[in-house]
Design a protein around this ligand. Structure first.
Ligand code: ZN
Length: 248
């Protein structure tokens, strides 16, 4: 692969999606073995309106969370390579659609990781807005509480992730756009780029004149405007890309 686009890139925006975590044992959503593909009914549990309206939907949601592969998952070579790039002095900002926290676990500093879709590791009260670590709520679910409520106000608790029908945090979305516009390179890893407004960050980078490199197993709607599209396995190719970026 000709990586001339890596030359001179000192500020790198990295947009990551589910595909970077599949090698850590976390299934993606839309692939052949994806969460939505295997169980389309779960989409309802991950839709804000039905989650808020129905205690049984919430119980199904929390049961799914309890069994989520993310609790046992470890970062893989791709997460580690990105963390290493930051340590090596390249200005890396990770814009992630993932809620698994694996970038931070791999060593990327928390303030350099923008969790566009929130985090599994926090629970938010839909009544008073209080945020708490997920563990305490999940322990209550494991003990049989299918609809855990806020201890302070009685409000419905929800994982601090963006469900279908919810908007991204406006401040986070605006910051992501500025990062896409002002980096030297936009590197997309493991995202099918089917979810807006995240996907259009690619157009922001291209319109600002920056190279766009997409590493993904399947075609994306942005392949046509990409400088390079890479179909190789993520945990093989991302360390090589990071090595090229570190050498510039
Ligand atoms: Zn509350």
């Amino acid at each position: 692969m000709d990586m001339s686009w890596a030359n001179g890139a000192t500020r790198v925006a990295v947009l990551t999606g589910a595909g970077i975590s599949t090698d850590s044992g976390i299934p993606d959503y839309r692939g052949p073995d994806g969460v939505w593909t295997r169980d389309p009914a779960l989409v309802k549990a991950f839709t804000y309106g039905s989650f808020m309206a129905d205690a049984e939907v919430r119980a199904a949601f929390w049961r799914t969370c309890l069994g989520h592969a993310a609790w046992q998952a470890q970062p893989n070579a791709a997460h580690r390579a990105l963390a290493g790039l930051e340590r090596g002095g390249v200005a890396v900002r990770v814009l992630t659609q993932n809620v698994d926290g694996l970038h931070q676990r791999a060593g990327s500093s928390a303030r350099k990781v923008l969790e566009l879709h929130g985090s599994l590791h926090e629970v938010v009260c839909t009544g008073c807005g209080e945020r708490t670590p997920s563990r305490a709520t999940l322990d209550r679910v494991a003990a049989g509480d299918g609809d855990p409520r806020c201890r302070a106000c009685g409000g419905i608790l929800k994982l601090a992730v963006v469900l279908f029908g919810e908007n991204l945090d406006a401040g986070t979305a605006g910051l992501a756009e500025r990062i896409a516009a002002h980096s030297d390179l936009m590197l997309v890893i493991g995202s099918s780029l089917q979810v807006e407004p995240v996907a259009s960050l690619c157009a922001v980078a291209v319109n600002a004149g920056h190279p766009l490199v997409i590493v993904n197993r399947d075609p994306t709607p942005y392949d046509d405007i990409a400088t390079e599209v890479v179909r190789e396995p993520i945990s093989d190719v991302v360390p090589r890309i990071c090595a090229a970026l570190a050498a510039t």
